[in-house]
Design a protein around this ligand. Sequence first.
Ligand SMILES: [Zn+2]
Length: 121
Amino acid sequence: MHELSVAESALKIARRVSAAHGNVKVTGIRLSVGSFDHLDDEALCFAFEMLADETVCRGAAIAIERHPFKATCGACGEKSESEGIAEVCPACGSAELKWEGEEATRVVSVDLDLPDVNEGV
Ligand SMILES: [Zn+2]
């Protein structure tokens, strides 16, 4: 299950960031999902919740950023962007499209419940 491995690595990164700040609670994790990565958001959140239970990441909100697909037409050179992979160039109808996109799914940021907010608790 792909979502599980993404959730695992996100958790690992978030725990490392938390550890660097004295194991404070993680309140949110922002992920950038590669355009070609067919991740199921719900499955990812579910996997994360399961793994994060009993850790500093318990209850952390997962935010998922997606990027549009970008294509350059091999026939007319038209550059286009779309939410999903289109079959043909929107300008000339050629199927000679070269796709590019954010390749890797990665953690963009980790939000921490920093002690300066909760001082004295
Ligand atoms: Zn074209």
